[in-house]
Design a protein around this ligand. Sequence first.
Ligand code: GAL
Length: 335
Amino acid sequence: MKYFLILFCEICLALMAGKGFGQPQFIHPGARWLDDRGLPIQAHGGGVIQLGDTFYWFGEDRSRENDPTKRYASCYSSRDLTQWRFCNQVLVLTNVENLQLGWVLERPKVFYNPVTKKYVMYFHLDGVLPGEKGSYKFARLGVATCDSVDGNYTYLKSFRPLGHESRDIGQFIDDDGTPYLISEDRPNGFHIYKLSDDYLSVARDVCLVPRHFEGGAIVHYGGLYYFIGSHLTGWNPNPNQYAQAKSLAGPWSDFKDIAPESNDTFGSQSTMLFKVAGTRSTTVIFMADIWKPRAQWDSRYFWMPLEIGGGKLYLPPPHPWLIDISSGVTKILSP
Ligand code: GAL
């Protein structure tokens, strides 16, 4: 009975949003999310960019059948942020930096440079060099480029931005198109770096916030910048927090929980804040990962629209929801 009620509500809401029947219009936070091939989307620790009327979602591809000596990033495209078409395993990386077994490529993010017409992918490249002990010692940015959004990206280099350690990265493109990288620097805190004109390196450190956050994400909304990040608990969830500022350079406010502390962000970890500016409403989507460290190929996605404005922000509990891209209006299915 409950199932039929939910189905009925889904159909009504889909009709209200002007969509056709029978299409899986709802985003179900935490559920297995299938692509056009019927396979679970592999875009973990990812980021979404919009080019024209198409969205591209990049992220870690942790498919079980991947070659265990390589690391992968994949790209998917969509016009509605809900139904995704697999485009390509855009980066298939061999161990280019002579790291020990267990090296990682994490949190790939792609920027389009309209001047050079290049697509530039940044990712966290890590591991340990021969003779070293521990893990995550390399702490560098990796860079790969391509002439088309979903073509085969070519590895270019790795580096430490302005000499600083860099682990989790986040992507922020301001409303005027200026590209920024958020980077976790274990000794110091997190940086907001502006990219160079060719996007191939970091031009300057816009702000160093002396607080430790991973999964850093920023959005510009209603004249304020909002930052969300997660505490340093590895794959385990924790209460993600936010701060706000009038300028990216700060000062940033105190950090507060985005949801009741005991929920541990509903088991998820931030990866991006994505703004959909429609004709009727502007929606900010909290994009996050629900990690399954022992079955990474089955890690899930947690996307929910935020309640945001006036310097405050709140992540509602997960329920199926839909978004109409042109109006920007969202509807959350009430429990
Ligand atoms: C998380 C981080 C992930 C991954 C993981 C490894 O905190 O956000 O991207 O690096 O740690 O334990």
